[in-house]
Design a protein around this ligand. Sequence first.
Ligand code: FDA
Length: 417
Amino acid sequence: MNFDVIVIGAGAAGMMCAVQAGQRGRRVLLVDHANKIGERIRVSGGGRCNFSNHDISAEHFLSQNPNFCRSALARFNQWDFIAMVEARGIAYHERDHGQLFCDTSAREIIDMLQDQCAAAGVQWAQPCSVQAIQRVDTPPYRFALTCDRGTLSCHSLVIASGGLAVPKMGATPFGYRVAEQFGLNIVPPQPALVPLALNPALLARLQPLSGVSIDAEVHCAAAQAEGATPSRASLPCVAFRGNVLITHRGLSGPAILQASSYWQMQGMGTTATGKRGAIVIDLLPGLDAEGWLLGQRNSKARLSKVLAGYLPRRFAQAWCALSGEDPPLNACTSRTLSKFAHALKHWALMPAGTLGYAKAEVTLGGVDTQALSSKTMAAKAVPGLYFIGEVVDVTGWLGGYNFQWAWSSGWVAGKFS
Ligand code: FDA
């Protein structure tokens, strides 16, 4: 019942940490309340686990302290994890934007980590719930845990219990409660990489388009919203090119999910007003829309028909209906065509909210990084207590970044705990 290291949460970060600590000869126990191991890894990437990305840098992460993730990402980077995957013989491939996926199944990543845990002598307590944690002063032990299996003691305690996304997969606020118990601040958690909801009136008009997907560029920055105050340095102006999917509840698709994290951040007091602005969608990315429309000013075709050359026909018709105008181009002045071009490049929508944790991929916010050492992931004021992975206020873009953060932060804590 006595361990050098107890890791709570046997997800991506927890297993990586346990392996590293075990390989150092530490007596490690991995505790998880779930029946199955690594469920989030199993379902990720459509079952193929987008485990990392060829292009990883701090700019791909959101945090109140954008520099915090640098150290861990440098010490155990994407190439280190790729080397692990290759050493195991897991076949993988690269998709758009450097995203790396298993060829066959996410299960291979779980099996790799489980086998590494076994080889490193890691012990498991699963399913096992922790009811209470207390600090003790009985060297070398610093923490006592009351759990289903009695009382456990450890020298180092690593919290790797993840965020709040997808509660039905076992997400709990456990990690935040532990942080609060030990006096650490929490950046208020919010669903991120999450579909956006629209107000009922707009939704009703877009409903017939449910299921339609367009290639667009989504901009999300307070500075772009009418009347909004320019954002602080920690909230850069971002634009994501990719699919935007119209659903029966609002907007989804990779470009929207990416923008959603920044939209959520706007409401966290990161902007001077703390208010969220509109998201702005460029419906004709990469196209000089004004030049293109002006070049067709003699056409008898209506705007919606011309737009259908670039956009799905149903969408072009609905967009014209929403704007209340669908004239033949030869009936328009140059000024009107320029106005249409601007509107197509800057379709501003004010989301009514998000679809919440049930549909989110990750949690924005979490344990405040001010309280942690970026070199070790240890709580500065509580010797022996570590926080890793998604429970920490570091949130990656879509595209393998969140797993890389889990591997990197888990690896670092495994070297020090
Ligand atoms: P993680 O959530 O993986 O693990 C936490 C563990 O703690 C769980 O096993 C849980 O059961 C346990 N736990 C929680 N509360 C506990 C308690 N009270 N007591 C004991 N144990 C407790 N990212 C990416 O980079 N590429 C991708 O392809 C995807 N795809 C994806 C799909 C879907 C549907 C979701 C929901 C998420 C993704 N993600 C992703 C995000 C990624 O899964 C996530 O960021 C990491 O799994 C976080 O790893 P952690 O180890 O921090 O938490």
